[in-house]
Design a protein around this ligand. Sequence first.
Ligand code: GTP
Ligand code: MG
Length: 374
Amino acid sequence: NLLITKYPPAVLVRLASFHGYKLLNDQGLCLDTFTSMLDHYYIKYVMPYVEDSDGEEYALLKPKELDIHSPTYLPRPAVVTIMGHVDHGKTTLLDSLRSGSVAAGEAGGITQHIGAFSVPLPTGERVTFIDTPGHAAFSNMRSRGASVTDIVVLVVAADDGVLRQTVEAINHAQNARVPIIVAINKCDRPDANPDQIRQQLLSHGIQTEEYGGDIQSCEVSALRREGLDRLLDAINTQAMMMDLRAEQDGPVEGIVLESRYDRGRGLVATVLVKSGLLRIGSCLVAGAGWGRVRELSNEHGVVLSNDPNFTFIPPGMPVEVSGWRELPHAGDIVNEAPSEQAARAIHEALNRTGYESGMTEMTREAALAAETAA
Ligand code: GTP
Ligand code: MG
């Protein structure tokens, strides 16, 4: 029998028998010991089935090859994180981008904080912004090529310049090999000196186009909502170069960005879909959380799944999911189970093995920082 325990961002497969070991090998998964970590990359191609027989769980892992020529390997929205020094305008920029999307004709309603939102572009593409403390966005979720963030928008206040957290953000992004777009903010201020910012960035290895490099920089005023179209353009250009795609076929995989108790809707979690199509009724397991999708809402609190034309949430889209029996945590990897019983069985198996809820060190650190700041 195989016992699955999941530690973010990996599935720990404990093989109770040589038979199980051989079964995995037969299916093309090479494990060199009886206890081996399967990383996030593998989860994408591995579909766990758990059945309950005589009170015992066993798992059959089905590998799925990634086929880049598959007709279901389709373009997806870019996922963007905003980083920068304290008070340089990250929150203001996010708010301006978000309310811009409301003005652009999205379904109305009260804008609430859900940690992620998606903005439509004039070209028809969308961009997803995640409102996550910078280091959390680069947490252990990023394991062997599976990163949450595709692009970093580095906010630098034109009147303040490159400071400690600006440099930290640059280092984070460069270590994660995530491309940077510079947003020089507060350009409405009389003492703003955008060119000086570009020069400062140069000495930190950020060579903007103006200085012969390939890093785009935009002058914006988040407060006055100026230059935002240019910024979105720059993001779109970068995203197109990256040709971001995701597999739409197969089980849903995603990441929990936030989770909370909502008075009206009970346990809700903001999930970023990474692959597969998330539907009403999808059975999910995420860290110590599990459930069956009851309702899917956007950042405005609009229940998307109430729309008669609603079918699914595709990869690259963030969505608020309700229907959890137990709440997952930020940083938990979401996997789709073939049935509610399977989801429950996986959940119970995790509990029995002393699984500790899914917060990674980095997200835990971020949560602590957020708590302290609040
Ligand atoms: P932390 O979350 O504390 O790191 O700050 P932040 O980067 O989110 O900055 P925030 O958006 O809270 O903005 C800080 C201050 O700068 C606020 O008083 C904003 O009103 C102001 N601010 C933000 N953007 C602009 C801008 O474009 N122009 C001007 N003049 N002020 C701005
Ligand atoms: Mg802020």
